[in-house]
Design a protein around this ligand. Structure first.
Ligand code: GDP
Ligand code: IMO
Ligand code: MG
Length: 437
């Protein structure tokens, strides 16, 4: 049986957690391969809302084992809390979770580095230490989970990091402690304690997954963030610091691409973005405020109001092509009920020198998606009549209002990918399978 992958194909918060919760039924493994505690994946279990940050959403499916791959940057203090929180409500975590020894660590020093950095403020990052941890990884000075298990190496690594931070920001020892919010010994002892908790969970994620796949078991990979936040393919520099697209699955878990058999692309029926950066289909402020209220678009990790806009089929098409998406999972369709006019961006106007219908990057390769160009892009919309009434009660795809089906048909055609499922509410089972025709 081939490995399945769930990837966000917008700017994150597409509803990946809910989709993974649904697909995790019957799965043997659910694995996170990139990102860290910047993710906030919301699911509902027995009427209770859970927001998962580092643990795969599959943890709520009792049969599934969960993995945190080498591509993740792991905050061990936050993870220990997340584990305790889940175990306190009766979800067994520790016997079912495996963590790669090669995942890099996020410590309070990384979070302080993010607060001190001007660049991160200009992007509107989540403050979870993600950028600094991946920067340390790329510069080959990072601390990894295996170092957490060795107090000597951990101490040396933390001291080296302190020195780098002090010289970068011209801080004395005490000023650094103040910026971090705790002192050297405190951080060290808290991390050592987390290391003792996590030590029994560390294992060879790549080998475990490949052996499981050899046995024909079901493996699901849970993306965090979305393709437009990808460090390479996103709206750089307004991106996160990891590979959120398909390649990140292979490098972040240690599995070969040919083992991947199905790629599910998750998109909202509209668009949101948290933080700064280009967003061609963003609504005008008043309209966005009203939309945000009805849609409940506030960040699951930071509580920030999310920017709201219309579905951008050009960008979605590009994300789906990069990821090789086999089927779309369209979420939050119910939110569009009662809106008179629905809009779908199908082209950009006003880009000199090429046909207005050509999606960026597809005009014979002469144009490419870049933040600068997207800042100037003016979308051309196809408008659709909305529908009245509450979709959350719909029992079958066929019983959706014709206007909703027409909107979805256009969304799929303009994105160039068939829709497999449509989500009409936050609950795991509020999903309609799309039948052909
Ligand atoms: P993720 O980061 O991709 O997992 O998404 P988030 O959890 O950050 O944001 C998605 C939000 O939409 C959460 O509050 C979900 O409970 C909610 N949600 C997911 N699917 C649906 C849906 O079909 N309808 C509605 N109304 N809410 C949904
Ligand atoms: P999930 O997994 C939405 C955004 C931040 C910021 C940029 C960089 O819930 O979809 P970072 O802290 O990663 O350095 O911030 O990326 N961002 C997200 N936006 N959903 C997320 O995760 C995000 N994780 C990071 O708002 O613009
Ligand atoms: Mg989220």
């Amino acid at each position: 049986m081939a490995i399945e992958v769930v990837l966000g194909c917008q700017w994150g918060d597409e509803g990946k957690g809910k989709v993974v919760q649904l697909l995790a039924q019957g799965a043997d493994w659910v694995a996170r391969f990139q990102g860290g505690a910047n993710a906030g994946h919301t699911i509902f279990v027995g009427g209770r809302r859970l927001i998962l940050h580092q643990i795969p959403s599959g943890i709520v499916e009792p049969r599934a084992r969960c993995a945190i791959g080498n591509g993740v940057v792991l905050d061990p203090l936050a993870l220990a809390e997340e584990i305790a929180g889940l175990e306190a409500i009766g979800i067994e975590v520790r016997p079912r979770l495996t963590i790669s020894p090669f995942a890099h660590l996020v410590t309070p020093l990384h979070k302080a580095a993010e607060r001190l950095g001007r660049q991160d403020r200009a992007i509107g990052t989540t403050g979870r230490g993600i950028g600094p941890a991946y920067a340390e990884k790329a510069s080959r000075s990072g601390l990894r989970v295996e170092d957490l298990l060795d107090p000597g190496r951990l101490g040396e690594g933390l001291d080296a990091l302190r020195l780098r931070l002090r010289s970068e920001h011209g801080l004395g020892d005490a000023a650094l402690d103040e910026a971090v919010g705790s002192g050297r010994e405190d951080i060290r002892s808290r991390l050592e304690a987390a290391g003792r908790t996590l030590a029994p969970l560390v294992g060879d994620v790549s080998a475990l997954l490949l052996e499981s796949d050899d046995r024909g078991e079901r493996i699901l990979c849970e993306g965090a963030q979305g393709a437009l936040l990808d460090i390479d393919h996103g709206t750089y520099p307004f991106v996160t610091s990891s590979s959120t697209t398909i390649g990140g699955v292979c490098t972040g878990l240690g599995i070969p691409p040919r083992r991947i058999g199905r790629v599910v692309g998750v998109v909202k029926a509209y668009a949101t973005r948290v933080g700064l950066g280009p967003f061609p289909t963003e609504m005008e402020p008043g309209e966005a405020d009203r939309f945000r209220e009805r849609a409940g678009e506030y960040g699951a990790t930071t509580g920030r109001p999310r920017r709201c806009g219309w579905y951008d089929a050009l960008l979605a098409r590009r994300c789906c092509r990069i990821n090789g998406v086999d089927e779309l999972f369209v979420t939050k369709l119910d939110v569009l009920g009662g809106i008179g006019r629905l809009r779908l961006a199908v082209a950009y106007e006003g880009r000199p020198g090429e046909a207005p219908d050509a999606p960026p990057g597809e005009a014979g390769g002469r144009d490419w998606l870049s933040s600068m160009r997207l800042e100037r892009a003016r979308p051309r919309y196809r408008d659709f009549p909305g529908w009245r009434g509450d979709l959350q009660a719909a029992a079958r795809f066929e019983s959706l209002p014709p206007e909703a089906r027409a909107y979805l048909a256009a969304l799929s055609a303009e994105t160039g990918v068939p829709i497999g499922h449509v989500s009409i509410g936050p609950g795991r089972d509020q999903v309609l399978a799309v039948t052909a025709g």
